[in-house]
Write a protein that binds this ligand. Structure first.
Ligand code: SF4
Length: 337
């Protein structure tokens, strides 16, 4: 495992040759393990109700924004729109409110999604192992959970209220997911909350520990940057494009088989550049407001989408760059015993 000081040195190194060497190494490993395939997915926001007080988020409890939770008919409308654009891999998101969006609501949403998508992932509040098992049996393949920051003091400051203030419970969430049978876990840190080298070093340690203890799970990493958050005065720490690219290269070199996700938080130029380096999964044509695909809700977004290209445009660009866009690489059979 890389040491923290080695990681800091790599991030500080501005020698163009060293950067080029890092990128070439990452590219070679990516093409050995993933060929030219890039998977596509899209997020659907089901609700923006939240009981937590994350200082950096436009959905946090107490902010005066329009709150909305999709009805099951509305979510079917959103799903029909997204699957009609060709997407087969869906990420369902909610804010962190167990009261407004209890596990039973999420389970029903998964059942609705099963009518439209062969692959369903969740990014919702952390749950118990048994709740994850129920969702796995309903058809959930993957769960995304970011620690946000691994620095405990900074974490406490940024998460002053709500269940999310429990660092330990969140840290142990990937373990509960793995024990439930869910086959894909996406981990990450929110870049811009704390010293990037320290957070990424802890993320790599966390992932290594998961790989050792739960080797049957497929892991992926995300490196979301806070660029701007509507409705908050939160000041993020700047993380440059070059730093982000270096982190993806390092992730690929240290974890050759791990998927790397890149969302539409990032702009076209950076996303296109990152494609050859190590990214294996990208979102396309995302809407980050509740009801954003059908216009059923006039409400705020969680973050600004910077790459606004349609699914068709993203596919054309991938093909022009000689990548194979993959909508689904597997067919769902009934999860569970
Ligand atoms: S980051 Fe998630 S849990 Fe925190 S305020 Fe935003 S929606 Fe709620």
């Amino acid at each position: 495992m890389i040491t923290l000081s080695e990681l800091k040195d790599i991030l500080a190194d501005e020698d163009p040759q060293a950067i080029e060497d890092l990128a070439v190494k990452a590219k070679t490993i990516t093409s050995r393990f993933f060929g030219r395939t890039i998977s596509l997915y899209a997020p659907i926001y089901l609700s923006n109700y939240c009981d937590n007080g994350c200082l950096y988020c436009g959905f946090r409890h107490g902010l005066r924004i329009k709150r909305k939770k999709l009805t099951f008919d509305e979510m079917a409308g959103e799903m029909a729109r997204v699957s009609g654009a060709g997407i087969q891999n869906i990420l369902l998101l909610t804010g962190g409110s167990r009261k407004q969006t209890p596990p039973s609501y999420i389970k029903k949403a998964v059942e609705v999604a099963g009518e439209y998508f062969p692959s369903i992932s969740l990014e919702v509040y952390p749950m118990t192992e048994d709740e994850y098992r129920q969702l796995y049996r309903s058809g959930v393949d993957g769960v995304t959970v970011y620690q946000e920051t691994y620095n405990r003091k900074r974490y406490s400051y940024l998460h002053p209220t709500g269940k999310k203030s429990d660092y330990e419970y969140r840290y142990l969430t990937p373990e509960r997911i793995a024990k439930s049978g869910i086959r894909n876990i996406s981990m990450g840190a929110l870049l811009g909350l704390w010293d990037v080298a320290e957070d990424i070093h802890e993320l790599f340690k966390h992932l290594s520990c998961m790989e050792r203890n739960y080797p049957g799970v497929e892991y992926s990493l995300s490196f979301p940057r806070i660029l701007s958050v509507p409705g908050t005065k939160f000041k993020s720490i700047n993380v440059s494009d070059l730093t982000l690219i270096k982190l993806m290269c390092l992730a690929r070199i240290l974890f050759p088989r791990v998927g790397i996700n890149l969302s539409t938080r990032e702009g076209e130029k950076l996303r296109d550049h990152a494609l050859g380096i190590g990214v294996t999964r990208i979102s396309a044509a995302s809407r980050t407001s509740v009801g954003g695909y059908t216009g059923t809700g006039e409400n705020d977004t969680q973050f600004d989408v910077r790459d606004r290209r349609s699914v068709r445009e993203v596919v054309s660009i991938l093909k022009a760059k000689n990548f194979d866009p993959v909508f689904t690489d597997w067919r769902r059979i009934k999860n569970g015993p």
